[in-house]
Ligand binder design. Structure first.
Ligand SMILES: [Zn+2]
Length: 450
């Protein structure tokens, strides 16, 4: 169900129907989404599968088989798209060597994250948005580097999405920088994501969001035959894993346990994704990841960056992490033939809508404050203009404390607002809005105690 419709039916708020039910789309983002192609995604996946295995410890020098050849192939795609970017996109393999770790690396391993950077056009805008999928694949035994491991869905789907996004978005201009990454070593312990997250931390990147795409192109589980290609899950952490002890008192006091930066990002992806992609509901999952499984967003989450996992509604465990075989009439293995490329197109488009809207938006409003000095049955908020970007105005978002999504938006061109709703009964946040209507991530207000 779409959140906008839900808000009108639920919660007892008197929302204005005209403002809330009209879907206003940025025509440029619509155009980009029309360019995302299921056939193109299928071709990217067939290309990735053609390397036999992309296991992290497989051959790095052979021209046709193994992780090295697959990385160079993705690099070639990025370099090809860079040519249509007017010099703004650059591509590289960020390489390093790992020594055996007594876990899932048993020999010195040449690692490489394949990256395409689409530089922002505004020199005052240092924001970076990252989108990732992992290039490596595996079979039943995580150390088996010899067997064929097609990894069409895990994570050919995420990697193909990243390639497709680079293909389409490289032709357009954004004030902020977008980095497209095919990450290495996920199956051996999130090694490429650890490397990249640590780099972002030590180099002090203004990294405002990571969208991690892992397993998002198959539409049915192994337990049921129900086709589900109209729902997409987005996992986000609840209690922040970063500076948890320092922040715990405030989170407890104000009830902000459901409003960490990654959860805000998840809500944003839901709203913007559903605005642009038809026949798709984005389902917020209130946990960082699934049982028994990990993902490349987590090294970013633990360093305090907003990061989420985007993944299909129902997973098929007959196809993930499996030796290719037939057993009791069941075919096991991560083949492209098990995938739904129209579903993958929609899920890729959710990424595009979110990234484009973020990168076109102004930076977030600064020093967003809620006035708590007096006992009132209203709410006064004030803030300062963002560090970069042309601002048409601001959305003040509001929701009841027990409601999962933002329910109501107030638009203002001013740097403050007073609302006839008690600050004790609602959550609020503020977004900066561009001339074209692109919204920044929402910022939760800090109380002006003392
Ligand atoms: Zn995976």
């Amino acid at each position: 169900m779409k959140q906008i419709i839900t808000l009108l039916l639920a919660g007892g708020l008197t929302a204005t129907a005209s403002a809330q039910t009209t879907v206003v789309r940025d025509p440029q983002i619509e155009q980009m989404i029309r360019e995302v192609s299921a056939d193109s995604l299928r071709a990217h996946i067939n290309g990735l599968v053609s390397f036999g295995t992309r296991h992290t410890l497989s051959n790095t020098t052979d021209a046709k088989r193994g992780i090295g050849a697959s990385r160079r192939w993705v690099l070639g795609k990025f370099q090809q798209y860079a040519k249509q970017s007017g010099g703004r996109m650059t591509a590289m393999i960020d390489s390093w060597t790992l020594q055996p770790d007594n876990r899932r690396i048993d020999k010195a391993a040449d690692m490489g994250n394949v990256m395409a950077t689409l530089k922002g056009t505004d020199p005052n805008d240092n924001r970076i948005f990252l989108v990732s999928g992992h290039i490596d694949s595996r079979v039943t035994n995580v150390m088996n580097r010899e067997a064929d491991a097609p990894g069409a869905n895990d994570d050919g789907s995420g990697t193909a999405a990243v390639i497709e996004l680079a293909r389409v978005m490289s032709k357009y201009q954004f004030p902020a920088t977008i980095i497209f990454v095919a990450v290495s070593g996920e199956e051996q312990g999130l090694l490429g994501a650890e490397h990249l997250a640590e780099k972002a931390k030590t180099e002090n990147w203004s990294l405002e969001a990571l969208l991690n795409n892992d397993i998002m192109g198959s539409n049915h589980s192994n337990e049921t035959n129900i086709i589900e290609n109209t729902k997409l899950r987005i996992f986000s952490e609840g209690l922040p894993a970063f500076q948890t002890a320092e922040r715990a008192a405030n989170i407890r006091q104000y009830g902000n346990e459901n409003d960490g930066k990654s959860r805000q990002l998840a809500r944003y992806v839901k709203e913007v994704g559903e605005r642009y992609v038809d026949n798709l509901d984005i389902v917020l999952i209130y946990r960082n990841d699934r049982y028994l499984r990990g993902g490349d967003h987590t090294p970013f989450v633990t360093r305090g960056f907003p990061a989420v996992r985007i993944t299909e509604m129902n997973e098929n465990y007959n196809n993930q992490h499996q030796d290719l075989r037939v057993e009791n009439g069941v075919e096991y293995g991560d083949y492209a033939k098990h995938m739904d490329f129209e579903y993958l197109r929609k899920n890729t488009s959710v990424n595009l809508a979110s990234l484009a809207n973020l990168a076109k938006a102004p930076a977030v409003p600064q020093t967003v404050t809620i006035d708590v000095r007096n006992l009132t049955n209203s709410t006064a908020l004030y803030w300062q203009a963002p560090k970069s970007g042309k601002v048409r105005g601001y959305y003040v978002l509001m929701r009841e404390t027990n409601w999962p999504y933002w329910q109501k938006k107030f638009f203002t061109t001013k740097l403050g607002i007073t609302l006839p709703y008690s600050k004790d009964n609602y959550f609020f946040a503020v977004q900066a809005v561009s001339e074209d209507g692109n919204e920044s991530l929402p910022v939760l207000p800090q109380p002006n105690l003392r």
